[in-house]
Design a protein around this ligand. Structure first.
Ligand code: GTP
Ligand code: MG
Length: 333
């Protein structure tokens, strides 16, 4: 991976009206180095960094967004529907490796959006993440974007050996595949937040089109135990998820988050699962897929989507990572 490059001149913080050397220095100290960083940061984070009122921080954040609109890097707040349709043509897709799963998603996971995979342990969430990192590198004809990925690993379950295996099974150069994935091991929720704040510095210079958070919620769940801390947990998680969504929109990248849920045997009707810390994640995600095990197969269902069918689709896990049941498990290209 390449190191982060110098800040582009048009993205320098002090090109914004009202940002002088002192404010710029404080923002930089907090890791907010460019106008892109400022636009993706929440007002609370900006207020803390510069030690100003939240209302002033909102102003600063708005100025950054306005500048990005001028630079044609962000769509304006009010936009003609026809222009919006044209803009949405810039949305790209990354194949999951399974035709069935891609079909359920309308062609793969989308950039400019956040996709959540939730399900119980072993349902295939991390396997999907590994496969996506490989698929993102494929040329467009093969369902990829010829792009690099960032894998934020909060549970220590990222396995380079698995990347190697999936790449080889798909006829790719395993060394090259590994070199195009940046892994960040997040040790606690604060660390995870810091990593996401710093994402811009990796995304821009490295042609990153996919950012994975596996899992988005595990640290919050572990650190905030008990009823008393629930509100604080939801607030922190909310802030975090919104920062991720802004990152997806500003850089036009695909963000994928995983969320472990436990099957709740006492609820026969309605949602059979209890999303852990889940409603915040659910409300921020653009698309949500519920995964479950069925013998050797895995079943996925798109939930809460107004324009995707409410139906189950089957995929499997093999040496190619995520695959379709009809394919031979050892098929090589
Ligand atoms: P948690 O993180 O515990 O919530 O689970 P998860 O949903 O992330 O599960 P994960 O994606 O790790 O799936 C684990 C399952 O993937 C295992 O039970 C295996 O069935 C399958 N699996 C993992 N590695 C391989 C592999 O190398 N080959 C094959 N065929 N299957 C694998
Ligand atoms: Mg996992």
């Amino acid at each position: 991976m390449l190191p982060a490059t110098e800040v582009e001149e048009e993205l320098e913080l002090d090109t914004l009206p009202g940002v002088g050397p002192a404010t710029k220095a404080k923002l930089k100290d907090a890791g907010i180095e460019t106008i892109l960083d400022l636009a993706t940061s929440g007002p609370m984070d900006i207020a803390e960094a510069v030690d100003i009122d939240v209302s002033k921080a909102v102003e600063l954040n708005n100025k950054a967004r306005k500048k990005l609109v001028e630079l044609n890097r962000l769509e304006p707040d009010f936009i003609n529907a026809a222009d919006l349709l044209a803009k949405r043509k810039a949305i790209d897709r990354i194949s999951t490796g399974s035709k069935n799963l891609d079909e359920l998603l309308g062609g793969g996971i989308e950039t400019w959006a956040m996709t959540e995979f939730f399900g119980e342990f072993g349902s295939g969430k991390s396997q999907i993440c590994h496969t996506l990192c490989v698929m993102a590198q494929q040329p467009r004809e093969e369902g990829g974007l010829d792009a690099s990925s960032v894998y934020v690993d909060t549970e220590g379950t990222f396995r380079p050996e698995r990347i190697q295996e999936i790449a080889e099974a798909r006829g790719m150069d395993a060394e090259k595949a590994l070199s195009r994935i940046t892994v960040a091991r997040a040790y606690n929720s604060a660390h995870q937040e810091l990593i996401v704040k710093d994402l811009g510095h990796i995304i821009e210079p490295n042609k990153v089109k996919l950012v994975i958070l596996d899992s988005a919620v595990a640290h919050y769940r572990a650190e905030f135990l008990g009823r008393g801390t629930l509100a604080e947990r939801q607030q922190r998680l909310n802030r975090f998820m919104h920062q991720l969504l802004r990152t997806a929109e500003i850089y036009n990248i695909a963000v994928v988050v995983t969320n472990q849920v436990q099957a709740a045997p006492d609820s026969f009707f309605g949602d059979p699962t209890r999303p852990v810390g889940g409603h915040v994640v659910a409300h921020t995600s653009t698309y949500r897929l519920y995964l479950r095990k069925a013998a050797k197969n895995r079943i996925a269902r798109m939930v809460d989507s107004p324009y995707h069918p409410e139906r189950d689709t089957v995929f499997i896990l093999n040496d190619r990572g995520v695959d379709d049941p009809s394919e031979e498990p050892t098929r090589k290209k």
